[in-house]
Design a protein around this ligand. Sequence first.
Ligand SMILES: NC(=O)c1ccc[n+]([C@@H]2O[C@H](COP(=O)([O-])OP(=O)(O)OC[C@H]3O[C@@H](n4cnc5c(N)ncnc54)[C@H](O)[C@@H]3O)[C@@H](O)[C@H]2O)c1
Length: 309
Amino acid sequence: MIRRIAIIGLGTMGPGMAARLARGGLQVVAYDVAPAAIERAGTMLGVAEGVLDSLGITPPASGAGTVRFTDDIADAVSGADLVIENVPENISIKADVYRTIDGLIGPETIVASDTSGIPITKLQAHISHPERMVGMHWSNPPHIIPMIEVIAGEKTAPEIVTVIRDLIRSIGLLPVVVKKDVPGFVENRVLYALLREAVDLVERGVIEPEDLDTCVSWGIGYKIAVIGPMALLDMAGLDIYKSVSSFLNADLSNRDDVAAMVLEKTNASKFGIKSGEGMFSYTPEKIKALQGERARKLVAVRRILEGRD
Ligand SMILES: NC(=O)c1ccc[n+]([C@@H]2O[C@H](COP(=O)([O-])OP(=O)(O)OC[C@H]3O[C@@H](n4cnc5c(N)ncnc54)[C@H](O)[C@@H]3O)[C@@H](O)[C@H]2O)c1
């Protein structure tokens, strides 16, 4: 039974995750190596709690859990049933964290990584109880997106996958079990297949970036939020898919390097919202407005999809 959870790393993902777990009735202790990150996380936690209120997510009958911040990793993991590692996507930083907590946790503690794509099997090489390590890949923003991938590494004990899957379900979220430790797991493989084709089409001048987004958001995304790809195949008809894919698959982008358009932009420090320019241009006012509008729309769409409105 998981009651107490330690979150290690309070950047983009940690605070929203802490808020959602506490709303599910769990006791969370949250740690970051950087004091500034802990301070920021306090504010982010409050924002995430407000969003959870607007989503209508209420605590269980046994009551809401708590979030406590600490600047001491031993304090964070002491007595934890589950440690969620949420530090940058860099294997040596993650390995350092595993080495540090190895001597501080009991053999029964489950260690989950929120890695976006480092194989869990690789991470398992850095911990003394690899059978109790599992992937737990949340989607950003973690307090709004309900799907979480649970990934078994080669050495993960099957019952650990079940415990994490059941925990996620028990707080009203949607676990999906990724049975093979493939790079990028499933969510990012599908997303990156779409992004590769989208970037290629824009780079080849087939479509303007704004129109590409309109096409995907209103032609595919809107529909796919209601009818997933496997169900869509049945809706369109497998005979149609067979005939279109028999000629179209060969024409789709299969490049295995990074597109020149992306390299040109990154070489010029055009990273997107964080630098004010990427595929589009942003002013600070536009960024603020976009963030508010996107959060409001994600909340509204989710309420509709869940049949709450
Ligand atoms: N950002 C996303 O959209 C997203 C989505 C899903 C999963 N992830 C994954 O989640 C993990 C964290 O991503 P993020 O975007 O929150 O990263 P981030 O860079 O925003 O935050 C990482 C935090 O970890 C802290 N940190 C660094 N070293 C540490 C250490 N040794 N001990 C404790 N804290 C330490 C940093 O101070 C920072 O606050 C990554 O593996 C990432 O791939 C990210």
